[in-house]
Design a protein around this ligand. Structure first.
Ligand code: PMP
Length: 366
């Protein structure tokens, strides 16, 4: 297969070092070699999430990580507040509802972030077991103001647990989980972590662990108490996605070599360039100014351009894959992932390819 420039918001391109690490020979997952690997991964990921808590690696995609947060903390009948800013906020809420929680919503218009003042207001009206929030809403390219949201939750009288979906932000956007007193943070390998899909990472606060110990919701594969006790011994309860872990270790080495601060700055710089390039070509950005995600951009298509025609040309003529809208945004927008293994050249090629495809579409229409 010819080289594809995969510019969807996950899975993201794999650096050669990660691809090489993926073919590392197997070892027993009950061995000293594995215990070392798991320990190194845990220790290296902690500062990138801003936590001193154990980071658990679950062999599942991001949704499994979100489900793990829910089943270990939410019981049927619990009241949960969903701060939904789009498709992935709705998904997190659906998981809680499926496990019997009563979900109230504080929804934002597409492209708008969560309003922390409204969060404070809602939390003063009734008590909740948990608040669910998405850091980067991948369906709209909005980065929610997590520090202000966390402060509103922290100041509330009953202090519900704050559960954060950081699937498409972490690894590229810094977070101070412990400082902000966030109770659960979930992320996934196929985004800024430059590793194939299949690993979720989750960290819990002390308060969240206490809740998990008391939570009676049935769970087996996603039982975090089991994962934590195995983790302390340097093991996982079940056979882990070992190859993905080797891949992740190589990706983390790349992040360390570049320096996390520089990784963060690179994402900010490249995302600004993507947005400016799209606007210059007649796209209209979805995210409210000041809340644009450094990892994914969503934009309304220029007048008269159909998503399927544009994305079709991008792939067939330029080998560039982009994403369309999901949920209520289907057919209306284009979404571009610019996280992980991406540099200036990739952004230049992406923007040139879009410009060429638009020209071709307009010439065809004449
Ligand atoms: N939450 C967010 C914010 C996401 O971007 C995604 C994946 N696009 C998910 C959850 C679901 O993750 P997965 O597809 O890995 O299950």
């Amino acid at each position: 297969m010819e080289q594809i420039e995969v510019r969807v918001p996950g899975p993201t391109p794999l650096p050669p070092e990660v691809r090489a690490a993926l073919s590392t020979p197997m070892v027993s997952h009950r061995s000293q070699a594995f215990r070392g690997l798991l320990h190194r991964l845990d220790q290296t990921i902690r500062p990138l999430l801003g936590t001193e808590q154990q980071v658990l690696l679950l062999t599942t995609s991001g949704t499994g990580g979100l489900e793990a947060a829910v089943v270990n903390m939410v019981e049927p009948g619990d009241h949960v507040l969903s701060l939904s800013t789009g498709f992935f906020g709705e998904r997190f809420a659906s998981i809680a509802a499926r496990y019997g929680a009563t979900v109230d919503f504080l929804r934002s218009q597409p492209g708008c972030p969560v309003d922390p003042t409204m969060v404070a207001q809602r939390l003063s009206e009734r008590s909740y077991r948990a608040v669910l929030v998405t850091h980067c809403e991948t369906s709209t390219g909005v980065l929610n103001p997590i520090a202000d949201i966390a402060a509103a939750v922290d100041r509330s009288q009953e202090r519900p647990l704050l559960l954060l979906d950081g699937v498409s932000s972490l690894g590229a956007v810094p977070l101070d989980m412990d400082g902000l007193r966030i109770d659960a943070v979930v992320t996934a390998s196929q985004k800024a972590w430059m590793t194939p899909p299949g690993l979720a990472m989750i960290a819990l606060s002390e308060r969240a662990w206490q809740r998990a110990e008391q939570c009676s919701t049935p769970r087996y594969y996603l039982d975090l108490i089991a994962a934590r006790s195995s983790g302390i011994r340097g093991e996982t309860p079940w056979t882990p996605g070992l190859s993905l872990m080797y891949g992740l270790e190589a990706a983390l080495s790349l992040i360390k070599a570049e320096g996390f601060d520089d990784v963060v700055r690179r994402h900010l710089r490249l995302s600004r360039r993507v947005r400016a390039g799209l606007e210059a070509m007649g796209f209209r950005l979805l995210a409210s100014p000041g809340y644009e995600s450094p990892t994914v951009t969503a934009a309304y298509l220029p007048q008269g351009v159909a998503y399927e025609s544009l994305s079709g040309l991008l792939e067939s003529e330029h080998g560039v894959q982009v994403a369309g809208g999901v949920g209520e945004m289907k057919g209306k927008i284009i979404r571009i992932g610019h996280m992980g293994y991406i540099g200036e050249d990739n952004v230049a090629y992406l923007l040139e390819s879009i410009a060429a495809s638009l020209r071709q579409l307009r010439e065809g229409a004449r």
